[in-house]
Design a protein around this ligand. Sequence first.
Ligand SMILES: [Zn+2]
Length: 190
Amino acid sequence: MDCNVIIDLLPLYADGCCSEESVALVETHLKSCKDCKNVLDSMKGESFSGLSETMPEVKISRISQFKASLLQSVLLFLSFAAITLGVTFEATTPMGVGNGNWAFMLIIPATAFMLSLANWYFVRLYKSKGVFSTFSMIITLGLAICGFVWGVLHYGNLSVSFVIGAVVTLVLCILSKILSSLYAKALGKQ
Ligand SMILES: [Zn+2]
């Protein structure tokens, strides 16, 4: 039997895709031919090393996926806690000039940040990590601006609390950019 014919059959043989006749043929040949046996061994070695290389990758990505989900959950919880705190303070503010201060300072920026987290579920749709994190930041800013416009119309004032709210919004926008980038990185996005 020609070695070339056996070598052509070896990949199928190694994968267990040969007919019984071919298996018998290959095995008979392998008993008497060291060269072909070596070819088969090197094939098995390749597929084995290929497997062992991908195994840790899968493990790391699972841990990373867990970390990414944990980050998103913690941020969701924190922004919700900030909103709750703001609503509590706002509720205790007597009607008058101070009314709406906590909405501007905390509730609106925190709500904008929390809603921007919904965008994180669509991370895979973005071309790159950079585009995703920039969009997350823009969404946070856009929602905050909408909130401020609503606040001005609703409370009819723009006190010093608006300035504090703008600073808080700026900080949250920067955090949105940095944290969404970390989130995308953990999920292996380039
Ligand atoms: Zn041979």
